[in-house]
Design a protein around this ligand. Structure first.
Ligand SMILES: [Zn+2]
Length: 205
């Protein structure tokens, strides 16, 4: 697999709201880690640029391989696969419960090649839908993107807060006045004080 720089990988993941851009399953609920897919494989001249990258679950990515087209099962005509950057998912697919129903030749060719409706994948989506953890609810019409976006922002906020706390602690540890104060406090207590204090703590707790 082609190397994708970490920052680009993060960008691709965030852009998809961390969901596979073919079967729409969120990375948190997939059995294997999601991957960065070259929509047009490098061997067909596809570049490692945002416009040619999509986030894909391991199953979609493996079935797709380096293919860029496949026969439409209805007509047999070789048809371009779904391209998450230039096409809209809802133009080519819809949901019927957990089933991904193709609406176009591209949808049909993609659905078959990527085996989007394998039984284990249907069961996973059914379970996620029941818990409200699939990108679309089971009527297939109501995007759940806002909920995922809010969750992503909350995670980011928590991470930033934690970073700020870590920085404060790091600064305190380097602050000589603070270290001096700490030493003075420790010296004020001798061993028996500590013992008494610890016992007091136990009594109080
Ligand atoms: Zn997928």
């Amino acid at each position: 697999m082609a190397h994708v720089p970490a920052r680009l990988r993060s960008f691709v993941a965030a852009r998809s709201l961390e969901s596979c851009e073919y079967c729409l399953v969120h990375a948190d609920y997939a059995a294997f880690a999601h991957e960065v897919d070259h929509v047009i494989a490098r061997k067909h001249g596809g570049s490692t640029e945002p416009d040619n990258l999509a986030y894909a679950c391991a199953q979609c990515n493996r079935f797709k391989g380096s293919d860029i087209a496949a026969p439409d099962p209805e007509t047999g005509a070789v048809t371009p696969l779904f391209h998450p950057r230039t096409m809209a998912w809802a133009d080519h697919f819809k949901l019927d419960g957990p089933r991904i129903v193709p609406l176009t030749a591209t949808g049909r060719a993609t659905e078959r090649l990527l085996q989007l409706n394998q039984i284990d994948r249907l069961l996973l989506r059914k379970e996620l839908q029941a818990k409200g953890r699939y990108l679309f609810h089971d009527d297939g019409t109501l995007p759940n993107r806002n909920a995922l976006l809010v969750a992503a922002l909350e995670r980011l906020t928590r991470e930033l807060e934690q970073q700020a706390i870590d920085r404060e602690f790091a600064a305190m540890a380097e602050d000589s006045e603070y270290r001096e104060l700490q030493r003075a406090v420790v010296q004020e207590f001798d061993a028996s004080d500590w013992e008494a204090w610890e016992q007091g703590e136990q009594v109080n707790s």
